[in-house]
Structures are given as structure tokens and as C-alpha cells.
Design a protein around this ligand. Structure first.
Ligand code: KG4
Ligand code: ZN
Length: 338
């Protein structure tokens, strides 16, 4: 089954062609990062306008790159939630029009389910059930992936997402938006023990996390040093910060593995590209004897191939939308999509 998939939930317009959920024929992305950089974050209206400008050409290009024609397509999959509403609507409307014109099924895909499905592309033998750690710019979740379309959230952040925390701290360090990757690069040469940053303890669900206290403490420390005229050792600060984020994520992930009994952990989302988090997960999973699946960097961030992968399994589960499909800025990944 050949699916044309569309992703436009934030600042990347992406179109892919994916066969049977696992084989990526093309994966084209038009990133707007440079445009938003001068504002220090994504400007929603600009994002929507750029999606409109690029989406048709990208879809056309995807078909040409894969040497396919419209007649070869069996279905259209599209991210319909969560994300910037104007940005999502561009992708959803394009997908609706394409499905109507070609008279093929329209498959709505939850963006976070898509991130998890990036692992099906990277690991062709991977099958649910497994535990997923989702760490993106907007979400930080531990998910029980019972099967391809049935998922339960076991825990997650109560406030900021890990990626947002990386980006905010990077901004104070004058790194260009989105700063997570830049902060990671600088941290690789640093000593993580120089700066003392908090490891907040939470009551209630032991799998829940909190990043806002860490973010505020890191930013306050930087401002205090600046006020006192003290110079910051940037690599050491970035390493100390990355270590603190890892100390929030890794013990809870290991706890969730023990609690669920799963022997496979899949990691998903942009922050899965972080070198310290990857190294910590590798070491901890090896110690527990757990299989670790982390997509290559190209599949960690937003892309359309992951939407095509999840779309295939949504289709098999009967999740097909009609022309009344709408987009949603927020929506739980646990429920039914149509
Ligand atoms: O999954 P994603 O591409 O978009 C969302 O769905 O949010 O994640 C983007 C987030 C941004 O916060 C970005 O700074 C972060 O992933 N990120 C990183 C790294 N690469 C991307 N954070 C830490 N270390 C990295 N290497
Ligand atoms: Zn994403």
C-alpha cells in the first residue's frame, strides 16, 4: 500500500511516500527554521503562509523523486493534531482536497503517534508492544504502546517539555533558535559537574516529570552570574544542564520499563537527537538487558515519513476520515482519531 503523507504541524513542511508503513520512497522537507530564527521562535502566521507556498510543490516533487504518478497512490495520511492550528489546517486541507480529487482514503494521524512510528522505519522488525519515551519540543511522555493504534500514557511532564526547556536555556545563552541541537554540541566538550542544578522531586505518579523548575533555576543562575560580572564556562554549563535533563528522564524511563515488564524501549521526538540522552539511554538499557530503538537523527525531528508509517497502521485499524476532518491544536494521543 503506497501512502502519500503530509506533515505541517509546526515549522517544517514535509511530504513523503511510504510503502506498507516501513519503506520510505521519498521524504522531502522544506524547513522554515531560518525564517523564524530572527524572531527567536516560530511565528504561527508566517508558518502557515510558508506551508501554503511550499506544500503543492513538495508533493509534486515527492511523486517525481519516487518516479510515481498520482494513480499509484492508495491513500493520503496527514497530521491533524496537535500543533499550530493554522499550520495544521494547511496540511489537512491539502490532504482533503487530494483525497477527494483522487478518490482515495484520507487517514488522520496524531503527530506524537507519528514520532513513535519513526521507529518502525528505522527498525523494520520492531513491533508493539513496547515502551516509548517521547521527547519533543512540545511533549515529554512515557507511553505504553500496546499495539500500533492503542496507547496509554504512563507518565509525562507536568509543565514544560524537555525540548522547550533546552530551547529556552539556549536562548539565554544567545544560541540561535531552536537551540537544543546547538546546546548539545557545546555540551559535548563540557564538564557536567561544575554547575549545581536542581533535580526536582515530585509527589504522586513516580513516572511524572517537571522541567520548569530546572529551566528557571538554569536561567536564574545565568542571570545572577551576569549581574555579578562572573564569566560562564559555556561548555560546562551546557553539560551540567544536559545532565540534569537526563537525570529527570532516564530514571523514570527505567522505572517505567521495570513496571511495564517491556524488554524494548523506543525513543521518539527531536530531543532523541541529544547526544547525552542517547548515551545515558544506551548505558542504562544495556545494563537492564533492554533493547533500545532510537531513530537516526533524520527521523528524530519532524518529518512526513513517520506520518506515512503510522498512517499505514491507522488505515489497517479502520481509521479513515471523511471530508469533515478538522485539525486540533491539542488532542490526546490515546483516543480514537475519527
Ligand atoms: O519533535 P520535534 O522536531 O518537534 C516537535 O514536535 O516539537 O522537536 C523539536 C525539539 C526542539 O525543542 C529542539 O531544540 C529539540 O527538539 N532538539 C534537541 C536536539 N535536537 C533537537 N534538543 C536537545 N538536543 C538535541 N540534539
Ligand atoms: Zn514533532
Amino acid at each position: 500500500m503506497l501512502i502519500l503523507s503530509i506533515e505541517s504541524s509546526c515549522d517544517e513542511t514535509a511530504v513523503a511516500l511510504v510503502r506498507d508503513g516501513r519503506e520510505v520512497l521519498t521524504d522531502a522537507i522544506s524547513s522554515q527554521v531560518e525564517l523564524h530564527r530572527e524572531y527567536g521562535g516560530v511565528v504561527p502566521e508566517i508558518a502557515s503562509r510558508k506551508h501554503i507556498e511550499h506544500i503543492y510543490a513538495l508533493a509534486d516533487q515527492a511523486l517525481r523523486d519516487a518516479k510515481c504518478s498520482r494513480a499509484d497512490l492508495d491513500a493520503i495520511a496527514v497530521t491533524y493534531a496537535p500543533g499550530l492550528i493554522g499550520a495544521l489546517l494547511v496540511g489537512v486541507n491539502f490532504a482533503k482536497a487530494a483525497a477527494l480529487a483522487m478518490d482515495i482514503p484520507l487517514i488522520p494521524v496524531h503527530h506524537i503517534r507519528g514520532h513513535i512510528a519513526a521507529n518502525y522505519i528505522a527498525y523494520p522488525d520492531l513491533q508493539p508492544p513496547f515502551l516509548a519515551l517521547v521527547v519533543s519540543g512540545g511533549h515529554t511522555l512515557l507511553v505504553d504502546v500496546r499495539d500500533y493504534t492503542h496507547m496509554a500514557i504512563l507518565g509525562g511532564t507536568r509543565d514544560d517539555a524537555a525540548g522547550e526547556c533546552f530551547d529556552k536555556v539556549a536562548r539565554v545563552l544567545h544560541m540561535p533558535y531552536p537551540g537544543g541541537a546547538a546546546l548539545d554540541r557545546v555540551a559535548q566538550g563540557g564538564d557536567a559537574s561544575q554547575y549545581a542544578l536542581p533535580r526536582p522531586k515530585l509527589s504522586g505518579n513516580p513516572l511524572d516529570m517537571s522541567f520548569s523548575g530546572l529551566k528557571t533555576a538554569a536561567i536564574n543562575l545565568l542571570h545572577n552570574m551576569e549581574q555579578k560580572g562572573e564569566s560562564v564556562n559555556i561548555p560546562n554549563f551546557c553539560a551540567s544542564f544536559s545532565e540534569a535533563v537526563g537525570d529527570m528522564l532516564i530514571p523514570r524511563t527505567m522505572h517505567a520499563l521495570e513496571q511495564s515488564g517491556y524488554r524494548t524501549l523506543s525513543v521518539a521526538g527531536g530531543v532523541a537527537a541529544n547526544s547525552r540522552i542517547r548515551a545515558l539511554l544506551q548505558a542504562n538499557c544495556a545494563q537492564l538487558g533492554v533493547r533500545l530503538c532510537i531513530p537516526p537523527l533524520s527521523l528524530c525531528g519532524d518529518n512526513a515519513a513517520m506520518i506515512g508509517a503510522q498512517g499505514y497502521y491507522e488505515y489497517l485499524a479502520g481509521s479513515i476520515a471523511d471530508q469533515s476532518l478538522n485539525a486540533f491544536a491539542t488532542k490526546s494521543m490515546e483516543g480514537e482519531s475519527v
